[in-house]
Design a protein around this ligand. Sequence first.
Ligand code: GUN
Length: 284
Amino acid sequence: MVLIDGKKVSIEIRNRLAEETQELKKKTGKIPGLATVLVGDDPASAVYVRNKNKTCLELGYQSFEKKLSSDISETQLLQLIKELNSNEDVHGILVQLPLPDQIDSEKILQAIDPDKDVDGFHPINVGRLVVGNALLTPCTPTGIIELLDHYGIEISGKHAVIMGRSNIVGKPVSMLLLQRNATITICHSRTKNLEEVTRCADILVAAVGRANFVTAEMVSEDTVVIDVGINRVDGKLTGDVDFEPVSKKASHITPVPGGVGPMTIALLMENTLKAFKKSIEEES
Ligand code: GUN
């Protein structure tokens, strides 16, 4: 069994991005800028956003932190997005989800300039992803593809079974795997005979948000197991996969923490650099 070390791969990506940022700064006098928008005081969201801002500074990017109180109106948030859209120093905008109930998340995501949509959640970018010509694709799914590539895991012709149909992970990772010529099956809470389906997987992506949901009985020998779960059990981070028994059958497996998680931030930074490069190309 090969343990997929997302921490190590993410550090390699970050080093490459930091180098490229320095080169571009020398050439253009400009640096990439990422704006993060955090609404309310959910502790997990606050940790994610803090890590994103910290990584920006480590890579030589400019970080714009916008923290808003949980009772902000939709109109106020839309106004902030408008300002960030027209700020030339901001190349990427990330609105941390979930948003409070009084705000229509879909409306907010649609207000972000698609060229600055480093999450890849704008309907235009979702459409481009389906067509297969997107520049900015969702960070966690793209991180999964980069991990598979890094470990030389063939995707073409393989049967990828995706557990979970969220807009953030399940649907976009399915599209990326399809684009790479995998045969895809998407399972969800209404799927019948789930074990029969998951046992057919060459590549199994677990993104259901339930601790230790994927048991050894659900996995065949020599499967590549990608665990996207981040569940807190007794204060400890736990994936969607029951790691010990499943790792005995898997050919490759991602741990939690240290697997897919660190890749998400690395890919956010990669998307920000892509958006920055596009903006300087368009200027010249
Ligand atoms: N909340 C959970 N995952 C994500 C993500 O990838 N992007 C944003 N913006 N919010 C999230």
